[in-house]
Write a protein that binds this ligand. Structure first.
Ligand code: GTS
Length: 208
């Protein structure tokens, strides 16, 4: 399969999970990194359906919306469950991850100084939902017996939260085991250890 092209800013942001999936699946990709001053000129923004990045090109298909991109890659790389029922459960879990991601992004960009402590205090309530799902599924993945795009999405959010609060998973054994299992997958581990990944800030405002 020819490489995808990912167009985005020089942050991990909303492209972390898709890069986790592609690296884990042994799929190469090309990157177009857009400097923010270039973006501010508006030409590229005008070509994006919702005026935002990331954008992914797969042949003549051009997609924006990070979760639509994740689903597309999940379909292409057999990371969308084994049947329709699992696919729907994977959608549900990914939407749950998105809910948490949005809370995190709001805190990071709008209320880091005033809201970080409260956010960390309330975090166990959110994490406990994922803990319960993982504790029930013997495979260690969120849904069914194989990795899905929702697992990459959850992993990315959990790794970011471990930077925010290194002890946040200490009371969640299933989440801890999930992170250990996912980050030990050889191709994904190689990507996580790479300069390409490590050099990028998690968020655009330098807060983490
Ligand atoms: N729902 C979109 C998605 O999931 O892709 C949100 C995309 C989005 O918010 N993009 C931001 C953007 O393009 C960058 S980031 O939040 O992902 O870092 N901002 C520039 C702009 O002009 O809106």
């Amino acid at each position: 399969m020819p490489p995808y092209t990912i167009t985005y800013f020089a942050v991990r942001g909303r492209c972390g999970a898709m890069k986790f999936m592609l690296s884990d699946q042994g799929q190469e990709w090309k990157e177009v990194v857009v400097p923010f001053d270039e973006w501010m000129k508006g030409d590229l923004k005008a070509t994006c359906v919702f005026g935002q990045l990331p954008k992914v090109q797969d042949g003549d298909l051009e997609l924006v919306q990070s979760n639509a991109i994740l689903r597309h890659l999940g379909r292409n790389h057999d990371a969308y469950g084994s049947n329709n029922k699992e696919a729907s459960q994977i959608d549900m879990m990914n939407d749950g991850v998105e809910d948490l991601r949005l809370k995190y992004v709001k805190m990071i960009y709008q209320e880091y100084d005033t809201g970080k402590d409260k956010y960390i205090k309330e975090l166990p309530d959110h994490l406990s939902k994922f803990e319960a799902v993982l504790a029930k599924n013997k495979s260690g993945f969120l849904v069914g017996g194989k990795v899905s795009f929702a697992d990459y999405s959850l992993l990315e959010v959990l790794l970011n939260h471990q930077v925010l609060c290194p002890t946040c998973l200490d009371t969640f054994p299933a989440l801890k085991a999930f992170v250990a299992m996912m980050t030990a997958r050889p191709k994904l581990k190689a990507f996580l250890d790479s300069e390409d990944f490590k050099k990028l800030p998690i968020n655009g405002n330098g807060k983490q």
